[in-house]
Design a protein around this ligand. Structure first.
Ligand SMILES: Cc1cc2nc3c(=O)[nH]c(=O)nc-3n(C[C@H](O)[C@H](O)[C@H](O)COP(=O)(O)OP(=O)(O)OC[C@H]3O[C@@H](n4cnc5c(N)ncnc54)[C@H](O)[C@@H]3O)c2cc1C
Length: 366
């Protein structure tokens, strides 16, 4: 019997395991081994840097690249540059998740298994895995990311609806300013470029199926659709891929979710996915895990109702406004006329852009 079982070992699950393992008997169930690449823009907001440092994780000492400039371009390559209010760093998920995994192994029991079923039985949960094991735990934390087979088992609302988004990511050799994170728009999506440790450039884009279907495959899509933006044309012409094939994910859903469902505490993307263009999903994943741990530490472990109420309150207070701002920005960017008008305003009043960025980010914490 575990006191807490965490399902999913991405950033949120790993941080939760490290924190909660200080006081409780914790199980972490993760389906895939470390290290591994994930579809992600790999720009991490500095709001989590002081906190990571308190955990003994020092991304910059591990080769992460400090980033303090933001560039955004229209479909036609019209570019605006601004300083990032808080800044961040570029680090691959391959490296970052692995650093946290090494810490988590000391704090929790980790099983590399795929969770297939969760049942709540009044006082505890029963968790079944594909590997035919069953675990019991007093509490379950859902850290299984933006979309998992568990969401279907739990019959969560968002999973019933089809999403119109897919994402593609790969690393490249390319001559790129290390202090910049760029967001280049194209018809039906946007592509983020930023450097990660060891000097590679991560290119990660999100696009609609509607737009993607206009090409036969990824290469043609990059050359014919994305490259109508001259800045992306330059990138795909000169960048040398470091992956044999890009990584892809489908059905990326931005539907709203709930921080508590079926008595499960949801953290990270399982609680809500912010639009990737905000570059804040990883910080939110880490922060939500830390908030949940604080709720556990500050309240009576045996009072389930109180813990649920307190976590739902703090999660909503901390993240709901950011999620709304992200939705609003995405809507603007995907409407070419609106995007063009907004760019004109941002060119005339340059202070607008940092203010918008601030709305999608939080303050740094420890
Ligand atoms: C295209 C794109 C670009 C992005 N770019 C950025 C960016 O530049 N900056 C940023 O801050 N954020 C970005 N994000 C968001 C960021 O990737 C997420 O917010 C972050 O990964 C969330 O972490 P997590 O721990 O909640 O989920 P994840 O990192 O997805 O981890 C979930 C874990 O659960 C495991 N799992 C799932 N199902 C099961 C199961 N049944 N049993 C066991 N384990 C299971 C998975 O294997 C995985 O390890 C981007 C997202 C997308 C889609």
């Amino acid at each position: 019997m575990f006191q807490i079982a965490i399902l999913g070992g991405g950033l949120a699950g790993l941080v939760a395991a490290i924190e909660l393992g200080k006081k409780y008997k914790v199980l972490l169930v993760e389906k895939d081994p470390y290290p591994r690449h994930r579809v992600c823009g790999e720009y991490v907001s500095n709001e989590v840097l002081p906190y990571l440092q308190t955990m003994g994780i020092h991304p910059l000492a591990e080769g992460a690249i400090p980033i303090n400039q933001f560039e955004i371009s229209t479909h036609s390559g019209n570019l605006i540059k601004t300083k990032l209010p808080l800044g961040g760093f570029g680090m691959s998920r391959y490296a970052l998740d692995n650093l946290l995994f090494k810490k988590a192994t000391k704090m929790a029991q980790i099983k590399f298994e795929t969770c297939t079923e969760i049942k709540f039985k009044n006082t505890h949960f029963s968790i079944a895995t594909k590997e035919s094991n069953t675990y019991t735990a007093h509490y379950v934390i859902g850290a299984f990311g933006k979309r998992s087979a568990i969401d279907k088992v739990l019959e969560r609302n968002f999973i019933q609806k089809k999403s119109s988004w897919l994402a593609v990511k790969a690393h490249y050799n390319y001559n790129f300013d290390p202090n910049v994170v760029a967001l280049h728009n194209f018809d039906g999506g946007y592509c983020g470029l930023s450097k990660i440790e060891a000097g590679a450039v991560n290119a990660c884009y999100l696009t609609t199926y509607k737009s993607f279907k206009r090409a036969k495959n990824i290469t043609e899509f990059q050359q014919k659709i994305m490259s109508r933006n001259p800045l992306l044309a330059n990138f795909f012409q000169h960048a040398q891929p470091l992956f044999e094939n890009p990584l892809t994910i489908s059905q990326v859903s931005f539907e709203s979710k709930k921080p508590i469902e079926n008595h499960i505490f949801m953290i990270g993307d399982a609680a809500g996915l912010i639009h990737p263009l905000c570059g804040n999903g990883m910080a939110m994943a880490i922060h939500s895990a830390k908030l949940l741990a604080t709720v556990f530490f500050q309240n009576d472990f045996n009072n389930r109702n109180l813990l649920e109420k307190e976590y739902a309150k703090i999660w909503t207070h901390t993240f709901s406004r950011r999620l709304q701002s992200g939705q609003w920005i995405q809507k603007v960017l995907l409407r070419p006329a609106l995007a063009k008008a907004s760019f004109k305003i941002a060119k005339i009043v340059p202070s607008v852009l940092p203010k918008i960025i601030e709305k999608t980010h939080g303050e740094s914490f420890v």
